[in-house]
Structure formats: C-alpha cells, structure tokens
Design a protein around this ligand. Structure first.
Ligand code: ZN
Length: 68
C-alpha cells in the first residue's frame, strides 16, 4: 500500500465474503471470494471509494486474484 502523503491514507475493507474452492498460495488455507471496498481518505475524511471483488484469504489477508 502506498501512502502519497501523510494526510492521505487508504483503507481496504472486506464487506462480505464466502468460501470458494481454492487455496491461499501464501499460507495454504482456504480462499474466499469477497466484496472489497477501498476508501481513500484525506485528513480522515473519506473522499473516494470504490467497490471491487476479489479472491482473498481471510486468514492472512492475501489477495489472490482481483476483479474490476
Ligand atoms: Zn493466506
């Protein structure tokens, strides 16, 4: 995650997830397909967010595959 300036930060949130066939390449646990939300904040005020889908590992947080 890149921080452009200390006033700007980005938060990634998992809004929902369900198990999917597959394994995490990092820790070997089950993967999940989840609805993600990325919120970009400026001075702690959210000004931009987008939702996206991704196959993630809920255990270690690795993003295995993302869809736009
Ligand atoms: Zn994992």
């Amino acid at each position: 995650m890149v921080c452009f300036c200390f006033l700007v930060d980005q938060r990634r949130k998992l809004t929902s997830s369900k198990p999917v066939a597959g394994m995490c390449s990092r820790c070997g646990r089950g993967a999940s397909v989840g609805d993600m939300k990325t919120v970009t904040r400026f001075c702690y005020v959210p000004f931009y967010w987008r939702s996206w889908k991704a196959i993630i590992c809920t255990f270690c947080g690795a993003v295995l595959k993302s869809y736009r």
